[in-house]
Each structure stands twice: as structure tokens, then as C-alpha cells.
Design a protein around this ligand. Structure first.
Ligand code: GLU
Length: 486
């Protein structure tokens, strides 16, 4: 029996239904499949299970493909669409009908609904009653000749106890009677999920199916189908589900975070991948990775936990901020180059200044959105002062006057080196007789209008000397004007 060590290289797949976008719960399955395939030197495949014609949409399909690419989960072969493979399902089911392993079912929706109600009233599972399984040959032939609408159902073997070794959960046995004869082909000619999955996984050479444990009973049905079709079943591994912190299962309907939402929040794709893989215990969170390949090398499938994983948005955001601060600055500079408006002074800064701004500012930002919000301080001439800031500044004019004087020794277009910035601050403090908060706070407010931001000495290295003086003088002028009036 294969296991994670000897079973590879693994050909895995992710098989979402394009009935909605991807949320963190289903993306986690994609990530584990991707990392396992890469780690074992196998292949990662993507299949769109678009057989629910009413609920599948092109918009959802586009969102899935776009999300996968944002995360870097690129499949190794062209994406398959089940809607383009109907002939394969038909062929497989025809073979089963010929061997009497599948039979036509003429039950109407109303009849099936009635059966379900009766079963529920008797506290029984909603299993197919077997009505059409027992139909005589003659009646069946007659109704088929008449062209009556029918589905094709799988005839379960006697006592279908299904036993298999799950690579994560160990030996699993599902009792006989956990489910009834199930539909393979609907009356519309479209396949059921279970038929399409088996035909496709076999056809695509998938040798490991890694998915959520909510599919365990499907796995039992699928194993019976592999057997009936004379196909070798892949290995199966079922991981625990991703839970909200309140212990509820994440689901498309519970408003779980979607990938486009992650992007809007400024989360780093590498952090999303690492965080979701680490929740299963299969990747550490201590060290950061610079690529999915690096993660794949460190990926430990043996650590995949059996239990459910609880997701914390705070932890994900914190990891993302770490990834953001450690990322290659050149990539982030390129993103700013491409996204800041043409009139932004950012584009006039020379490369060293851009690099210096980026690496300093990202210490105070958790993502590119936050960093972008800090930029106007450096790219716009005017700082915006709140009335609170101005009130506070009114009591600190000697500090500002001293800073203005200290800066006058530097040419307006130059930026201070760190040492020079330290010297200016010390000189200002001595001259104005101020230190600590009384020295730093008014300078920060005068230069940025804000209470927060980069460390003060760094701030002095980020703004051109002329701009520092202009901002300080703006404040001094406001108050000199007021004093005249008094
Ligand atoms: N289309 C199924 C789903 O989205 C795929 C399940 C599977 O991996 O077989 O749940």
C-alpha cells in the first residue's frame, strides 16, 4: 500500500466547481495538493467540475483561475472542463449498463421526494428505495422503447462494505448500507459528481486524491465505481476541515474570506499559502519562504493532522506583514512604479531614494496599501495638519525654530544621512532645551501631520532638506500670523 513516502511521485488535482469563487477553505485543499505534487516530483492538475449547469457560471470560473494564478498555484497541464468530456462519462456508463451494474431509473422527482420524506419520518437515511432496480426486464425494455425519461443508477454490490487505507486517517471502513444505489447519469445526459470524478481521475492519471474529510462517503462510492469499471483506484487522503475561530466550518455561504477579498486586504499570496499549509502542521511558520518551490521542499505531508484546523485572521495578517517586510524590494518598487499616478513625485525620485523610502516605510506598514497611504507625506509638498496637531504645535515653536535653523546648513534638494539626521536632532534639542517626547513629538507632527510613522531620525533622511524646512516654516508662519493679531 502506498504512503506519502513510497507512493510518489504524486499526480494530484484540485477540482473545484465553478459555482462560486474560492475561499480559504477550498484553497487550502489546492495548496496541499500543489505542495505535495511538487515535493514528490509529480504533477498538479486542475479540473473544473462544471456539470451543474444551472449553478456553474463563467464569472466563477474566471475568479477561480485568477485566484489560482494569484496564489502561484499553476497547474502542470491545461485545465480540464468536465462539460467538454461528456462522451467519456457516457461511454463508461454504457459499459456498466451492458454488464447490469447500472440500470435505468424512471422515478420522478416527486416520487423521490416522497421516498425521502417517508425515510425521514422513520428516521432512516435518505437512500434510494431500489424501486427501479427490481423492475422486470420486459417493463424496463418497454419503457426504454417508449422513450421515458430516465437516469442511470449504479447497482450497488451486495453488502457494499468499503474498506481502504487513508494516508492521513489510517484504515477506514464504511458500513454496508451507508448509501443506496446512486445516480451515475442524470436524465439530462449530464453525469453525477461521483461518475465524472472517477472517470476523470483515472483518465488524467491522478494517483492521489487529497481532499476534505467531508468527501469520505463519496470516496466509498467512488471506490466501488473504480472496481466496477475495472480501474485502479488512486490512493486517498482526507484532511480535516478548516474552521472559523468559533468552531464552525467555513463554507461558501458563511461568508468565509475569498481570495479576491484577501487581495483587497493587501495580504501577500505567499503568506496565504504558507499560513494555510502551516495550519495542517505540514509547514513551519517560524521561517519565511520566498517561493512555493521552497515551501514544497520543506513540506512534510506526514505531519498533516487528522483534526480540523482553526484559522485566525490575525495570525494570517501578522504572517503576511512579515512576508511583506522581507520581500524583494525591487518587486514592490515595480508595483508602485506601475500603480502610482503619473503625476506622483514618486516617479521623479532616483532609484536610491525610492529604495530608501520603500525599505524604511514598510517597517511601518503591513502591506502595500498601507505603504501607499504613507507616501503622500513624501511625494506631496503640503503636509495636512489636523486642528489637534496645530494646537499641540502651538506650544512647541522653539523646537521648530531650532530645527529650521539646524536644517539651513543643508542644501534644499539633499537628503540627510542617518548620522547627520541624528546630529540635527541633538542640536535642535540642545538649542530649544527640549528632549524626549517634547522634542520628537512636535517635529513629527510638523513634518507629517500624524502621530505615527517611521522613526524620527529615519524620517529626516526620507524628506529632502528643503521640504523639511518648508513644512516647519509653514507651521511657524501660521503662528507668527496669530501672534500679530493678538
Ligand atoms: N467538485 C468537488 C468539490 O468542489 C470536488 C471534490 C473532489 O475533490 O473530488 O467539492
Amino acid at each position: 500500500m502506498s504512503n506519502f513516502k513510497t507512493g510518489g511521485p504524486f499526480v494530484t488535482r484540485f477540482a473545484p466547481s465553478p459555482t462560486g469563487g474560492l475561499h480559504l477553505g477550498n484553497v487550502r485543499t489546492a495548496i496541499l495538493n500543489h505542495l505535495l505534487a511538487r515535493q514528490s516530483g509529480g504533477k498538479f492538475l486542475l479540473r473544473l467540475e462544471d456539470t451543474d449547469q444551472e449553478r456553474s457560471t463563467f464569472a466563477a470560473e474566471a475568479a477561480i483561475l485568477w485566484s489560482m494564478s494569484w496564489l502561484g498555484l499553476v497547474p502542470d497541464e491545461p485545465v480540464r472542463h468536465q462539460s467538454l468530456r461528456l462522451h467519456l462519462y457516457r461511454r463508461a456508463v454504457d459499459g456498466l449498463v451492458a454488464e447490469d451494474r447500472a440500470y435505468p431509473c424512471f422515478c420522478t422527482d416527486a416520487e423521490l421526494e416522497q421516498d425521502r420524506k417517508e425515510a425521514a419520518a422513520r428516521n432512516l437515511p435518505p437512500r434510494y428505495s431500489g424501486r427501479c432496480a427490481r423492475m422486470s426486464r420486459e417493463e424496463r425494455a418497454e419503457r426504454l422503447n417508449r422513450g421515458d425519461a430516465h437516469a442511470l443508477r449504479f447497482r450497488l454490490p451486495e453488502k457494499p462494505e468499503v474498506s481502504f487505507k487513508d494516508l492521513i486517517k489510517g484504515q477506514i471502513t464504511l458500513p454496508a448500507g451507508a448509501f443506496g444505489d446512486f445516480v451515475l447519469l442524470r436524465s439530462s445526459g449530464w453525469p453525477s459528481y461521483n461518475l465524472a470524478v472517477v472517470v476523470d481521475d483515472a483518465d488524467m492519471g491522478v494517483n492521489l486524491v487529497l481532499r476534505g474529510e467531508d468527501h469520505l462517503t463519496n470516496t466509498a462510492r467512488q471506490i466501488l465505481l473504480y472496481d466496477a469499471l475495472g480501474l485502479t483506484a488512486p490512493a486517498f487522503a482526507h484532511h480535516g476541515l478548516l474552521m472559523d475561530p468559533d468552531g464552525k466550518k467555513l463554507s461558501k455561504r458563511s461568508g468565509a474570506l475569498s481570495i479576491p477579498e484577501c487581495m483587497e486586504m493587501g495580504l501577500e499570496p505567499l503568506a496565504v499559502v504558507q499560513y494555510l499549509a502551516s495550519l495542517s502542521g505540514a509547514l513551519p511558520t517560524k521561517n519565511l519562504f520566498t517561493s512555493l518551490d521552497e515551501m514544497a521542499r520543506a513540506f512534510n505531508p506526514f505531519a498533516l493532522g487528522r483534526g480540523n484546523a482553526v484559522m485566525s485572521l490575525d495570525e494570517l495578517t501578522a504572517l503576511s506583514a512579515r512576508v511583506f517586510r522581507a520581500a524583494n524590494p525591487a518587486d514592490q518598487i515595480r508595483q508602485l512604479d506601475e500603480t502610482l499616478p503619473a503625476e506622483s513625485a514618486w516617479h521623479e525620485f532616483d532609484p536610491q531614494v525610492r529604495l530608501h523610502l520603500l525599505t524604511s516605510l514598510r517597517e511601518n506598514a503591513a502591506n502595500l496599501h498601507e505603504l501607499r497611504a504613507l507616501l503622500p507625506l513624501f511625494t506631496e509638498k503640503e503636509a495636512r495638519f489636523t486642528s489637534g496637531a496645530l494646537t499641540e504645535l502651538a506650544g512647541s515653536l522653539p523646537v521648530l525654530a531650532a530645527l529650521d535653523q539646524g536644517m539651513s546648513a543643508h542644501s534644499p534638494n539633499s537628503r540627510l544621512e542617518k548620522d547627520a539626521a541624528g546630529a540635527v536632532l541633538r542640536g535642535t534639542g540642545e538649542k530649544a532645551g527640549a528632549k524626549g517626547r517634547k522634542l520628537y513629538h512636535p517635529i513629527r507632527l510638523a513634518l507629517t501631520g500624524s502621530e505615527n510613522g517611521p522613526e524620527l531620525a529615519t524620517l529626516l533622511t526620507l524628506l529632502p532638506a528643503g521640504l523639511i524646512r518648508e513644512r516647519v516654516q509653514t507651521v511657524l508662519n501660521i503662528f507668527s500670523h496669530c501672534n500679530h493679531k493678538e
